[in-house]
Every structure is written in C-alpha cells, then in structure tokens.
Design a protein around this ligand. Sequence first.
Ligand SMILES: *Cc1c(COP(=O)(O)O)cnc(C)c1O
Length: 375
Amino acid sequence: MNIPFLDLKKVNEPYAEQMRQAVSDVINSGRYIGGEVCVSFETKLAKKTGTDFCVGVSNGLDALRLIIEGYKVMGKLNIGDEIIVPSNTYVATVLAITHAGLKPVLVEPDINTLNIDSSRIEEAVTEHTRAIMTVHLYGRTAYDHVMADVATRHGLLVIEDNAQAIGAEADVMGFGGKSNVTGGLGHAAAFSFYPTKNIGAAGDAGAVTTSDRDLADAVRAISNYGSDRRYHNIYHGFNCRLDPIQAAILSVKLDHLEEICNYRRQLASLYDSLLNPDSIVKPRIPENERTHVWHQYVVLADKRDALREALASKGIGTDINYPCAPHRQPCYADTLGMNDYPIADYISSHCLSLPLSTALTTEQAEQVAKAVNEF
Ligand SMILES: *Cc1c(COP(=O)(O)O)cnc(C)c1O
C-alpha cells in the first residue's frame, strides 16, 4: 500500500491543462506584474466571499500582516494594542501580530471543535484589546453569535485567518450582514493559497478580502511600496503583490471550489462512518455540513506517535498539525511561553491528520480507516 499524505501533483492533474494554458497566456501577454489577470482573480474571490473588495497579495502571512498595517495607517490599530487569537493555530497567525508590533493574547480552544472557544473571549478582553483574529482551523468556521456579540459590545475588529477554510459557511451572517461565507464574516480576512491549501497555487500566493473601501485601498497601497499612484508613496510600504502567474492558476482552480469542498466533505463523512471511536477521538461532523471544508481531518489519539508509525509501516502518510503550539516556539519563549495553555498543548501532543484531499480516492480512505481501526 502506498497512500501519501498529500499528492500535490495528483491534486492538480484535473486542472493541469487549463493551468498550463493560463500560465502560457500570461507569458504571451508581456505583462508580468498586476494587470487584468490579477484583477479578474480578485473580482472572482470578492464575489465568492460576498465582499466588495479583494486585494491579491504574496502569501497568507503577508495578507494577515497587511490587514494590521492597513488598520494602523487608518488609526484603528496601534503599536501595543492587544489582539485576541487562538492558542492553537499555525504560528503565522501570531507572527503577523508581533511583526506589526501588537500584542497577541492567546485564548484556548474548545476541545470539541478545536477552534477558539468563543465563551472564553470576553474574559481576555482588556482596555487595550482592539481586535479578534479568529482562525477557521482545519477548515471549520470559527465565527458565531457569541464572538460577534463580544466584538460588537467591545468595539473590536474581527479579522479572519481564512488560510484553511475557503468556501466554508457560518450559521450566522457576518458583520456587514451581507455574507455568511468565510472571508466575508469579519471586517477583513486573509487567505493563503500555499500549495497544500484547499485552493493551492503553484507557489506562494494570498489575498485580503473586505467590504471596507479604506482598508482595501490601504492594503493595496502598502502591498505596493506604500504608493497610491506611480512614484507617489504615502506609506512606508512593502512589496507583497500577487504574481499574475499565480492569479491565473488560482482563477482556474477557484471555478472548482464547490466540487472541491463537496468531495472533501464526502471523504470526512466516510471516515466518520468507518473509524472506530474506541482508541481515537474523531472530529465532530458539524450539524450544518457547510460550516466545514475539511482542510485537515484531525483525530486525537493517546498513542498518537505509535499510531502514526503503525500507519507509516503500512505505507500510509499522515501529518501533525501542529506538533508545537505558538507559545512553545523558541521565538516566543520569553513572552507567550510564560503562560500555560494546556488545551493547546494537549492538542499538539495528541493530534494526527489523516490523508484527505481531492487526490485521495474513497477506496484509499477506506484502507486508511481500516488501518487505524486495526491499530
Ligand atoms: C498556511 C497558513 C498561514 C500562512 O499562509 P502562507 O501563505 O504560508 O504564508 C497562516 N495561517 C494559517 C492558519 C495557515 O494555515
């Protein structure tokens, strides 16, 4: 048996011919920065998220960072302000906050959803809190009326880290009242199109969505040397633009978002029906299946490392997302590392991601489930 955790070549195979054509069109166009290809991708993503504006950027970390920098030039965030963020996220979410000179305040997740526990947000709010950076971890929407209510009462911005949940929905409408889709729930959202994400580029890429025109303008300017027009710099900007070759590739794949989400849900419910819950904790299938797009299918196991080895010995690849929570990273040892986050620690020492992608066949998923059950 050989079931890799993720076979990216196979993931892209159904679109490879269209992707090649799209790249070839960019090469033939003679325009290699910005242009119509980027605009058309941005328009498509704004439409899919029910937002008014989308700015394509270089990657997911930059998307998060640019949102904060955008709010800084607008005067809505300032150095030293606190941003609430889940204690179990990929380190990039936290890096974006500290890079910008703000302070991450970690809130523990709900062990059932592995997303930030909305009921614990309010106790973390101080007079310095200005935003909640919610993370739709593993593809499950992390936005509900409790979060919206706390944010409204305390005047907090809600920033979505939507690197993992493109296409997922919430049970409630987002802030503008226009969208219930991730990317359109908070005041602004960051996307990553890192190759392993549900919609992956052939390299690095990202985007910001928002219905706030001032933020969109600020993010676009800051991502382009801080210039609002050529050779006119209003901010100390960066170069964090989306590459048109990636935009062209992403436009092809974005057209297939719905079928990609549906197939991932099909695999998750197959795992759910086959996996024996005696020795592992299965992720809960949400009541509304549209609130999850299954970026990862993560089980919790007491003998996680032994399970991983047993699967590897049968040729089944798995991954650990993530083996070390941000507060345990050496770079945060003398700041975030000073506090205890036992739920985040528990998850990082017990979680195991099983293969789940559009390259995985249902037969392969059955073999994976059988191997887990045998263990
Ligand atoms: C992938 C990811 C990022 C970073 O995106 P890049 O494009 O790799 O910079 C940020 N947050 C989360 C939750 C991610 O999964």
